[in-house]
Design a protein. Structure first.
Length: 539
């Protein structure tokens, strides 16, 4: 008779899982041994939060559920930040936590906490598996829930004795069928009519386009209709920013051209994007009141949530784009409107370029990105962290590759870009992967440098080192929330040499202070067979 651990390994293999992320602990020894025997690749990391972040990133890149397996108690609580990050990013992370034996629940046993109750607010589904025979059912249920409709994170607690016990169950149940809804024909006709009648339409593409695998469909659609496109979240790069109809970031905080164009638009076609804080909740600061809005999303609750929309299409985004393309076979050209989009973009780039020419040392962050634009391969995949240094980069660097613009998500979990970059390189071993971070953010999961070295993942870490928490430093200075002596509060750090830290873990790196040192450093990093940290002094 198989044990629960054997059933776990057998079931996830049947679900197509070939790799899991973990950090070893007492509750996991049996199941890890069975996973190894089943041929599952085990990526073991240095912190459970890093484990969850890496699995989340892997799920986003592969567009299917990924497993983070952690021990119970503090292992589980450490992973909750990653669970919440994945859930807000609508990523199909499946977090599986071991726990004390179920027969010891509520008896003051070691590491006995209510893990399911803690996970429930940050997941689509949270449950405890009460017997080994339930493992196949609960795993299939978890995968189905994580993948259906608007994707999201799921949690299972599996107690130690459930992994260890034997069961008569030999076979796993079939995966329950699920499908994505097709668009309503009347909604499509109304939307197509509005697109034909609009004089200044704009398309905003969000993560739903990525999850639906609709990048090529979107490009064909805008080419057939001559509609200007702005992308955001996981849609960055599904149509390259180099495409003549793609005008860059839909985030008006980082692309002032979008803010200007949106103010003039009379129609927005919003595909797979929430009208959330990034778009001022659909309010007039970004989407003017007089503009009409068509919103397509797989999750009905998102439609018209923060702003009344004129047409709400609850459907799979790929099916929606395909149907709209068919409905809009004849649509007037708007050459003047496209020219205005292009002019707004050029003028914003001129503003950014002024910062890229600033002299003096330490370097302005924009100067660093000027050099990265010259030296970074066009097929590079980017894992972005948060912070002042990275915000400059997100405003300057183009998104060219589908799935190659990996961000933190709505929770803004700074530091997670390092485990994200590890997952990105594992998923795309033939592509150059760059992590772009600041010195503050890098400190959260610094030990994951060792994980990258141990798995021989030659990611390139670009660290903008300003010896502090840059955004808070800027905010405190701008807002006047300073100490009695006029200094910032809790913002200053030591100017640590992170290239030396990477060398200590067995990787390589170098320190850069001058602009002309950046391109040669990138060349050496790309030629290196180990993770390479370029520590750049910035102001």
């Amino acid at each position: 008779m198989p044990t629960g651990a054997e059933l776990f390994a057998r079931t996830i293999v049947s679900l197509g899982v070939q790799r899991i992320f973990t950090l070893v602990g007492d509750h996991l020894n049996e199941v890890l041994a069975e996973l190894d025997r089943a041929g599952v690749e085990i990526i073991h990391m240095r912190h459970e939060s890093g484990v969850a972040h890496a699995a989340d990133a892997y799920a986003r890149i592969e567009r299917k559920p990924a497993i983070a397996l952690v021990t119970g108690g503090p292992g589980h609580t450490n992973a909750l930040t990653g669970l919440a990050t994945a859930h807000l990013a609508c990523s199909p992370l499946v977090l599986v936590s071991g726990s004390r034996a179920s027969i010891l629940a509520g008896r003051q046993s070691f590491q006995d906490i209510d893990q399911v109750a803690m996970a429930r607010p940050a997941s689509k589904l949270a449950a405890e598996v009460v017997s080994p025979s339930q493992i196949p059912f609960q795993l299939h249920r978890a995968f189905s829930e994580a993948s259906s409709g608007r994707k999201g994170a799921v949690h299972l607690t599996i107690p130690l004795d459930v992994f260890q016990a034997n069961t008569n169950i030999q076979d796993t149940p079939p995966q329950p069928p699920f499908g994505d809804p097709a668009p309503n024909c009347e909604d499509l006709r109304r939307a197509a009519g509005m697109l034909r009648a609009a004089e200044r339409p704009v398309v905003i593409a969000g993560s739903g386009v990525w999850w639906a695998g609709a990048g090529d469909l979107l490009q064909q659609f805008i080419e057939a209709t001559n509609l200007p496109l702005y992308t955001i979240t996981m849609a960055r790069g599904v149509v390259s920013d180099d495409h003549p109809l793609c005008f860059g970031f839909a985030d008006p905080a980082l692309n002032r051209a979008a803010l200007r164009v949106f103010a003039e638009a009379d129609l927005f076609l919003v595909l797979g994007k929430r009208l959330d804080y990034r778009l001022a909740f659909g309010g007039p600061r970004v989407l003017p009141k007089q503009a009409r809005v068509i919103q397509a999303d797989i999750h009905a609750a998102e439609l018209g949530l923060n702003r009344t929309v004129d047409v709400a299409i609850c459907a799979d985004v790929a099916a929606t784009i395909r149907a709209l393309h068919a409905e809009c076979a004849t649509i007037p050209k708007r050459d003047e409107w496209l020219q205005r989009n292009g002019q707004a973009r050029r003028e914003w780039q001129d503003v950014i370029s002024a910062a890229m020419t600033e002299d003096g040392l330490p370097m302005h962050p924009a100067v660093v990105y000027r050099e990265l634009l010259k030296a970074m391969p066009t097929d590079a995949l980017l894992s972005w962290d948060g912070g002042d240094f990275t915000h400059w980069g997100r405003a300057i660097m183009p998104a060219r590759q589908p799935g190659g613009w990996l961000r933190l998500g709505p929770l803004g979990t700074i530091g997670s870009a390092l485990p994200n970059a590890i997952a990105l390189r594992l998923a795309r071993p033939d592509r150059p992967v760059f992590l772009i971070t600041g010195d503050g953010s890098l400190g959260f999961y610094l030990a994951e440098m060792e994980t990258a070295v141990r798995y021989e993942l030659p990611i390139v870490l670009i660290v903008g080192n300003d010896a502090g928490w840059g955004i808070e430093r800027e905010l405190q200075t701008a807002q006047g929330t300073l100490s009695s002596s006029g200094a910032t509060v809790a913002c200053e750090l030591r100017r640590t040499r992170y290239d030396l830290v990477m060398k200590g873990f067995g990787g390589d790196g170098e320190h850069v202070e001058h602009p002309d040192e950046i391109a040669p450093a990138i060349t050496r990093a790309l030629a290196s067979a180990v993770p390479y940290c370029i520590d750049i002094t910035v102001r």
